[in-house]
Every structure is written in structure tokens, then in C-alpha cells.
Design a protein around this ligand. Structure first.
Ligand SMILES: [Zn+2]
Length: 179
């Protein structure tokens, strides 16, 4: 479960290390999990979409997809609205946008499946700060190691969840497959 960590600074340093120095995912204790129990309504890559959208109503529980630490909390992002980012045990990062409420703070350690926020995105509701959105949904991205602030090299989040959800495939094979 979530606990405060004194290792936040060390982790922040790790983010900026070159890709080649990144640890292989030996620290991952759990398998990946979908952030919400819903189908993808807008796929990755469609019209330059850098993540996937899940069609969920406002207030839906949003869960960490993998073990990690909260490395960014933004309360009034212009496009993403209220969003947060996790750095996972394998160096990958995930981003959850258009949130109505957060249940974690910067530096919190989370496990796969922990509730980290509640979804938003409905322009007609009373909730402020959930960003530019045409309707209630969760926008979800996965960034590759080393690209904390850059969504140009994002990978398909569905592939990420699949690759971390396949215990029968050795770690090395999984990394080779998805780069
Ligand atoms: Zn989206």
C-alpha cells in the first residue's frame, strides 16, 4: 500500500539518467492492471493521439497500472487538466488525465491496482480543472524510460499492460519485443 518515501529525490535523479543506465524491471512485484474497468474508446495513434481514452463516467476509480511512485501532480494543466504521473518499477511512466479528484500526493508509493484518482472530463459538470475535454473519459499514456516530459515517443498503453501482464514470458524477451 501507499507509504511516504524518503527516496523521492533518488528516484527523481534516476529519471534523468540515460536510457542505457536504466535498471531492468527487477523491482516489479506485481503484474500490470488496466487503469479502469472499461474498453478503449479512442485508440493509440489515431489522429496523432499519444495515449488511449477509456469511456468512463465522472467519478470512476482510476487505478495504478503498475507498482511505482508519484512523480508529477498537476492541478491545472491546460489540456490535460488535473493529472498525475507515475514512475514505474521498470522505468516506464504512466500519465492519467482529466481527473476530477486525486487520492495520492507527490512522492507516494503505489502498487499495481491501488486507487490513485477519480475520473472526470465532463465539460457540463460542476468539477473545475479537469481540462479540455468533450466528454467524460480517462486519457491514459505510457512514456518510455528517460522521456519524463516528452510524449513524442509514447508507446501504446495497451501493449504496455500486456507486456507486464505476461508472467510466462521472461523479462528479457518482453523488453526485446517492445523496446
Ligand atoms: Zn486522449
Amino acid at each position: 500500500m501507499r507509504t511516504k518515501s524518503i527516496f523521492v529525490l533518488i528516484v527523481m535523479l534516476l529519471i534523468f539518467l540515460p536510457l542505457s543506465l536504466y535498471p531492468i524491471p527487477v523491482m516489479c512485484k506485481h503484474y500490470a492492471h488496466s487503469p479502469v474497468n472499461a474498453l478503449v474508446s479512442q485508440s493509440f495513434g489515431h489522429l496523432g493521439h499519444v495515449g488511449v481514452d477509456y469511456n468512463v463516467s465522472v467519478g470512476t476509480e482510476v487505478r495504478a497500472v503498475m507498482d511505482g511512485i508519484v512523480i508529477r501532480i498537476e492541478d491545472k494543466g491546460l489540456v490535460y487538466g488535473r493529472y498525475l504521473m507515475l514512475l514505474h518499477c521498470d522505468g516506464y511512466m504512466s500519465l492519467y488525465a482529466h481527473l476530477s479528484r486525486l487520492t495520492v500526493k507527490f512522492g507516494d508509493i503505489v502498487e499495481s491496482e491501488d486507487i490513485i484518482a477519480y475520473s472526470g472530463g465532463d465539460p457540463k459538470d460542476e468539477i473545475d480543472g479537469d481540462g479540455w475535454s468533450s466528454g467524460a473519459h480517462l486519457h491514459f499514456e505510457v512514456r518510455i524510460p528517460g522521456y519524463f516530459d516528452n510524449n513524442l515517443y509514447n508507446i501504446d498503453p495497451v501493449n504496455y499492460i500486456e507486456m507486464r501482464d505476461a508472467p510466462d514470458i521472461p523479462t528479457y524477451e518482453r523488453d526485446k519485443k517492445y523496446g
